[in-house]
Design a protein around this ligand. Structure first.
Ligand SMILES: Nc1nc2c(ncn2[C@@H]2O[C@H](COP(=O)(O)OP(=O)(O)OP(=O)(O)O)[C@@H](O)[C@H]2O)c(=O)[nH]1
Ligand SMILES: [Zn+2]
Ligand SMILES: [Zn+2]
Ligand SMILES: [Zn+2]
Length: 266
């Protein structure tokens, strides 16, 4: 749970601690600690339920995380433009206040559900669940969840996703994995974004960024790309193709057992 900044309570889960809610307590310190642990448990259960929804339909869900402005929405725009005829894509957008990112995605012609988190600096599984019920999962192959721009809290909340993709832009410094280890340890893929700016930035070394990731014992692939200029995007598309195909194959394996509902189990 987010032990770091006390932002555990979100518009998605606050019904659990309000009067009559499952975790409502008197306000002494011990109760507060119990409530926070309770919220963590509830989040994980909700995330498992979200994953069931997704897996039933063979949807691959990717949690995109980065600091603010690292290029998540720009990456999504370029990815949708290139791949929307090949994969059925939808997006859940997390932001503190505005609907701007969802509007940018809708302009690409795919469904986008905006979650405004208010003061919470991350998405949690309850907020994502509400958004899932606004999407027709039977018509989606690939669901991107753009988390709130923040290198700390989002890494602590399971949303029910299958993969974490973390973006690190060339303008941020190559030592970010060392400074924000929880986030970078969780990465299944690291994207070094805005590679077009490497030519003018003399202090970002992609090899050093990768070295910092390896020092966290994370063997995830590292790709360099520019959503603006298109460089390196093919490797990212290839990764997406492989991951969506694997998810569909896993869903096909599940289906026969479900269809027979145990009656013909041998
Ligand atoms: N030079 C360059 N600029 C980029 C690239 N990708 C994004 N940008 C710029 O970086 C800024 C932030 O991009 P966004 O895509 O909005 O970043 P974000 O991560 O979605 O931001 P938040 O949702 O606020 O966290 C914008 O001015 C983009 O035009 C890139 O590949 N190269
Ligand atoms: Zn927080
Ligand atoms: Zn964005
Ligand atoms: Zn549900």
């Amino acid at each position: 749970m987010c032990d770091t900044c006390g932002c555990n309570i979100t518009p998605g889960n606050k019904h659990l601690i309000e009067a009559g809610g499952k975790l409502s307590h008197s306000a002494d310190g011990k109760a507060a600690v119990e409530v926070l642990h309770g919220l963590l448990g509830e989040n994980d259960q909700q995330a498992a339920h979200n994953r069931e929804h997704l897996e039933k339909h063979g949807v691959l869900a990717i949690n995109l995380m980065s600091s603010p402005g690292a290029g998540k929405t720009a990456l999504l725009e370029a990815t949708i433009a290139a791949m929307k005829d090949e994969l059925r894509i939808a997006v859940i957008e997390g932001d503190l206040e505005t609907e701007n990112d969802a509007e940018r995605i809708r302009a690409q012609g795919v469904p986008a559900i905006q979650i405004t988190t208010g003061s919470a600096c991350h998405l949690d599984a309850h907020m994502v669940h509400d958004a899932l019920h606004h999407l027709d999962l039977a018509k989606i192959d690939l669901l991107f969840i753009e988390n709130v721009g923040n290198l700390v809290c989002p890494a602590s909340f399971d949303l029910g996703q299958h993969r974490n993709v973390v973006l690190l832009s060339t303008t941020e410094g190559d030592d970010k994995p060392a400074k924000y280890p929880v986030m970078f340890r969780a990465a299944d893929l690291l994207l070094l974004t805005k590679s077009d700016l490497l030519a003018v930035l003399d202090d970002f070394d992609p090899a050093r960024a990768e070295q910092h990731l390896r020092q966290l014992a994370n063997a995830a692939p590292v790709l360099q790309l520019s959503a603006r200029k298109g460089a390196g995007m093919d490797a990212w598309f290839g990764w997406l193709r492989a991951e969506t195909a694997a998810r569909r194959a896993a869903a096909r394996k599940l289906r026969p057992a479900e269809r027979f509902n145990g009656v013909f189990r041998v």
